[in-house]
Design a protein around this ligand. Sequence first.
Ligand code: PLP
Length: 432
Amino acid sequence: MYEKSKELLNRAEKVLASGVSSEFRKYNHPHALFYTHGSGSRIYDVDGNEYLDFTLSQGPLILGHSHPEVLRKVEEYSREGQLYAGQHIREIELAEKLNKLIPSAELMRFCLDGSEAVQTAFRVARAKTGRQKFLRFEGHYHGWLDNVAYGISTPGIEALGSREQPNVFPWTAGLPESSREDFIVLPWNDLALVEQTVKRYHEEIAAIITEPIMCNNGCILPNEGFLEGLRALCDRFGIALILDEVITGFRVGLGGAQQYFGVTPDLSIFAKAMGSGYPISAIVGKREWMELIAEGKVIHAGTMNSGNPTVAAALATIEVLEQENPYERMYRLGRRLMDGLREAAVDTKQDLVTQGLGPMFVTYFGKKRQCNDYRDTLGNDKAKLSRFIAGLHDRGIRVIGRGLWYVSAAHTEKDVDKAIQTAADVLKELPI
Ligand code: PLP
């Protein structure tokens, strides 16, 4: 059922390194696939297979594929011009929107993706505090650039070492040795440990960066008081609190996780769902931090930033989200899906667990009924998960390989019921 994709992959491998343009695309089932089009909650491949898509291109397609209003606005603004090496009124409109919606977005800059916006945040934090390091957490992903390309995978729980001084493994060859000096790493959701570490090293720490919900390994909510505790520690020691909202932004609500949890960061990053698949991201923050960019002390640049098509996509996406307010539905459908999968697991005696909020959640196989940090996730049965995801895929349900499901405004109750029924069929075939 994947023959044409295989042929194209063979052809692609001759000119594209491993046939793809992003590392993660290699890990599709059963190999990198080639798609022809997407519409609403569906995506289609070159072999004519239709998939009910819970991948949503790794998160961005919050309105589903090819939303007509996004396409209309992108076309309209693109006809006027593409990129001016200068300003246009639409980027003010977009910034005003973010300013209104996101609690910490007093001042901002637009970029192209999450990775570079994260690095901009580090630069601002270093410049303002005069300190060099950032504190990050095991299992979180902050892009693929040098100083965050660590800890993406791990040889196993023993290899991680102590909780107080974890080992962290480079993801790639070619990293400058100095990049390991940029950060301190700790397990997540352990405020006492963060406090102990910050008290000891605060003179070196410019920023604490965290995903507000850990979505890159599991889909783990912060313990009660954890984000608030980070906020208090940052205030006490003059450290920047950076919320990496690349996944949570516009997904958990219009004001991001910072509004959902009521914790206001100094700096935060928005990307994925902000632009419906067009390359736009934002570094937003409190004036006292972002004014370093305004004053020109911290440089942020980019030839391609805030072109007409990307700003149009972001404006259209956010306007549709504001007008249609699909969040209540997305939560409801996501929870219905989680509940249905749980019931199917009970019926088939499978140790399948679902964890998350609804608009995004994770499925895993394991003994733990809930994971609380990255170390917990390492005990899960990855081989069984791969078989589950592959079984779903072969039956037309597309889910991210690590078990993450994204629900969009385009998904329907029928879609959800179909996914549950299909999952039940797959679960029956898995070993218990
Ligand atoms: N931060 C988080 C939380 C992410 O999930 C990602 C990407 O998945 C990034 C940063 C990097 O964003 P991008 O892939 O747009 O560079």
